[in-house]
Design a protein around this ligand. Sequence first.
Ligand code: NAP
Length: 245
Amino acid sequence: MLKDKIAVITGASRGIGRTISLELARNGATVVVSARNAELLGQLVDEIAAGGGKALAVVGDVANTSDADRLIEAAFTAFGRVDILVNNAGITRDGILLRMRDEDWDAVLDTNLKGAFVLTRAAAKIMAKQRSGRIINISSVVGEMGNAGQANYCASKAGLIGLTKSNARELSKRNVTVNAITPGFISTEMTDELPEKVRNELLAQIPLGRFGSAADIAHAVLFLAADQSGYITGQVLGINGGMYM
Ligand code: NAP
């Protein structure tokens, strides 16, 4: 489905980004995977190669503008194109508003929102020349709903939705689509470790009665990345088991 496509995925060392990278590689894309942990990225590249796929690891911090620019440059130098960018890297620094420190605000906004802006700016130059491209931003259901104790995270994820829609409008004349995915609660090491009472309270808010999986998100990224999805842009695709409609 993605034969000859070059895909850059941030936050690929674990969790949702790792699953997205495996899914795109399984479907024929050459994946350029990035995060700060070189060892985990190396393991991912080996796993993709063992499955017959092609991957390149570029270690870097998306909150650092020169690292973000270098990632897109590395992909273009190695493969001569950038077809798909998945802005997935994200962090939380939770705390109630009255106690939130400036550095917790800045770290989350720099990673989750500014990182996506810098990477999109760099990739869009290449995609505009190619007259094709797919940019997929991993936002969150709490960017749509808000969440107590996560003012910084929710602001960054809501900001990603505004960035998505603005970039979709600007880049549409170059045949570059930009969409956001808003995951709900996705099973990760974090959700697996929650006390049963908290898990049950969360599950009660989800009409489908279960947490999502990283595969649920990866499948949607594949859908949006495909040539067949070329008429979808500026959209926010909620994958949340119905908890926000
Ligand atoms: P995760 O398991 O904590 O993984 C986060 C990934 O981002 C890691 O690969 C991490 O790698 C990378 N990362 C963090 N800061 C980075 C930085 N400054 N530069 C480069 N890479 C960085 O999180 P996840 O659950 O898979 O979440 C992935 C995305 O989905 C995030 O944007 C998150 O906000 C969003 N999301 C998750 C859920 C959920 O329920 N899990 C729900 C809604 C939205 P290194 O530490 O190696 O850099």
